[in-house]
Design a protein around this ligand. Structure first.
Ligand SMILES: C[S@@+](CC[C@H](N)C(=O)[O-])C[C@H]1O[C@@H](n2cnc3c(N)ncnc32)[C@H](O)[C@@H]1O
Length: 345
């Protein structure tokens, strides 16, 4: 079997997702629509429509786009329920584009900028090769692994870090409802990005102290997130988790970190965490669970395939964790991801 080619049990039930009557209902609108939404979000059209319908001339003037081409873009998107075109020729937001406004409380603008951006679109365009070989195409296309590439491409890194920070807005409420952080003393967020998750956990847990740990260029943005009263309870540490992880805390959390890596790299990160954690400490992983029946990870695993990571089943996590010296206490399935609570053994 090729690398990364473990077989999973066949799902027999049809997932509860949109069923189109023809594959073309996915393929053409899916592919062209993704780039169309990306273009509209980049031009900030949903923001420009925040206060009501506007003509194409006004939108073109304010976005800097070519009026005729913008008209074609917005008409095409309106056939997908993205923007509405009124009888007097003005465009307005629909619920699907309203959420692409920068100031929407659950804004998905960063997500619309993320996947269709060239640094992900190009490898996704070569999914066929990854499926044929079992190898990620990202390093072949860009000559670097995913996080090495981000370290040398600050504009793309900013898009990536923004979408991670935005994603936390969806995860934090579920995580805080699912888990009692108040029994912990010092929580290290390993690969914690710009600190949005740690900010939310510390804000909700007054006695807890935190450590944000990520690559130097990523934690540079953390001062803006972990500010005010929280700064006194929080340390920001730059480093490389393949080298070491901040030592001596009773609690470590990693959200969406392990799925970025193949098994051997994931084992190194967990092994370094095992060396750092106190002997009766707690490790919390927040990950997609590939076999949680109600929340299939679906297409995200294909993104992981082209960049070099993988989504894992509960059995995969058990094997990986026990190899690194951890045992699972319990798994809490949340709305969109799962929380795996572990202890060192
Ligand atoms: C998928 S992101 C998850 C970020 C954050 N935990 C979240 O869920 O929003 C993975 C994180 O791992 C960090 N990372 C990648 N390689 C790293 C390394 N060698 N050492 C420390 N952090 C690293 C990235 O910078 C990124 O912030």
């Amino acid at each position: 079997m090729k690398r990364g080619g473990r077989l999973r049990p066949l799902r027999t039930s049809v997932p509860d997702t949109i069923m189109a009557s023809s594959p073309m209902q996915y393929i053409w609108p899916g592919i062209i629509g993704a780039q169309a939404i990306h273009a509209a979000a980049k031009l900030r059209i949903p923001d420009l429509l925040a206060s009501g319908p506007r003509s194409i001339v006004e939108l073109a003037a304010d976005s800097g786009a070519d009026a005729a081409a913008l008209d074609r873009l917005l008409r095409a998107l309106s056939t997908l329920g993205m923007f509405a075109l009124s009888a007097d020729g003005r465009f307005s937001n629909t619920p699907l584009t309203d959420v692409l406004r920068t100031d929407h409380p659950q804004s998905q603008r960063d997500a619309a900028l993320f996947l269709p951006a060239a640094f992900l679109w190009r490898p996704l365009g070569e999914l066929y090769e990854s499926v044929s070989t079992g190898e990620p195409v990202f390093p072949r296309i860009f000559g670097q692994r995913f996080f090495e590439y981000l370290a040398t491409h600050p504009d793309d890194a900013a898009v990536f870090n923004a979408v991670m920070t935005q994603g936390v807005a969806f995860t934090s409420p579920a995580l805080l409802a699912a888990y009692d952080f108040s029994r912990l003393e010092r929580l290290v967020d390993v690969g914690g990005g710009e600190g949005a998750l740690l900010r939310d956990i510390l804000s909700a847990t007054p006695g807890l102290r935190g450590v944000l740990f990520d690559l130097p260029q990523v934690v540079l943005g953390a001062g803006e997130v972990l500010n005010g009263d929280l700064r006194a309870r929080c340390q920001i540490v730059a480093g490389d988790f393949f080298h070491s992880v901040p030592e001596g805390a009773d609690a470590y959390i990693m959200k969406g970190v392990i799925h970025d890596w193949p098994d051997e790299d994931a084992a190194r990160i967990l092994g370094n965490t095992r060396r750092a954690i106190l002997k009766d400490g707690t490790l919390l992983l927040v990950e997609n669970m590939a076999d949680a029946a109600s929340r299939p990870v679906g297409v995200i695993d294909l993104l992981m395939l082209v960049i070099g990571g993988r989504e894992r089943t509960e059995a995969d996590f058990r094997t990986l964790l026990s190899g690194a010296g951890f045992a699972i206490n319990r798994i809490i399935h949340m709305e969109a991801s799962s929380l795996i609570e572990c202890r060192p053994v």
